[in-house]
Ligand binder design. Structure first.
Ligand SMILES: [Zn+2]
Length: 231
């Protein structure tokens, strides 16, 4: 879920691209501010001036989903193992809008984790998905991980253990699909905004990442994988 703020002060609680709750008087907005803290600041977005306001949908259209109740139909965050990295910084108020996928180019999970835990490396990712489907989280979503130069403020970085030429292993693919699905609903990320390291503006021609984990080593293969698995 995330919050979209319109120029006149109307605030919508968004579930993916659907609006499920609205605050529109000064008093209501004051109440809203009270229930928020800095940990959800990255879930706000100011709507462009000419954007039409969404109409609210009934929460029963979302199955058992309700803003303050656990849902049985919304994707849940997959289980992660925390291995904190010191390599992160503030998003400087940028909302999460994209997922950038990577491959490690080494087969060894332990060496990847220790490299990301080394403050000298200046490298990290939010998540690492191992070949056996285990997901490690190293940086909070609300913070900026250092995975794709020039592209980190508004993105989540997901690493996949794989050597050059390898495709995602079956359990690894299952896990990363579940992780993507949850992130996309949680932060309102569209399939078009799921990409790979070397297809981002500041990294074209500078890396071969994510190589062939989504099929052949082309942007089209990644787009086809996203369409097939993430709609
Ligand atoms: Zn990469």
């Amino acid at each position: 879920m995330w919050f979209e703020i319109f120029q006149d002060g109307t605030v919508f609680l968004m579930y993916g691209d659907k609006a499920i709750q609205k605050w529109d008087t000064e008093m209501q907005v004051a109440q809203l501010q009270k229930i928020l803290d800095s940990s959800v600041a990255n879930k706000f977005s100011f709507a462009p001036k000419d954007k039409p306001k969404p109409s609210l949908i009934a929460t029963d259209e979302l199955g058992d989903f309700a803003p303050n109740a656990p849902s049985t139909s919304a994707p849940l965050k997959p289980e992660v193992k925390w291995v904190a990295s010191p390599n992160f910084s503030s998003r400087n108020g940028k909302r999460i809008k994209r997922i950038i996928n990577h491959y490690t180019n080494v087969a060894n999970l332990a060496s990847t984790i220790s490299w990301y835990q080394n403050s000298q490396s200046q490298i990290s990712a939010h998540y690492i998905v191992d070949k056996n489907g285990t997901i490690y989280q190293m940086v909070e979503d609300a913070d900026k991980a250092w995975h794709a130069p020039g592209e980190n403020n508004d993105s989540i970085g997901i690493e996949h253990i794989a050597k050059a030429g390898e495709r995602l292993a079956p359990k690894q693919e299952e896990a990363t699909i579940a992780l993507h699905k949850w992130l996309m609903v949680e932060y309102g990320i569209s399939p078009d905004n799921v990409t790979g390291h070397r297809f981002t503006e500041h990294n074209r021609g500078k890396t071969d990442c994510p190589h062939s984990i989504f099929g052949v080593n082309t942007e089209q293969a990644l787009r086809d994988w996203v369409k097939k698995n993430l709609g």
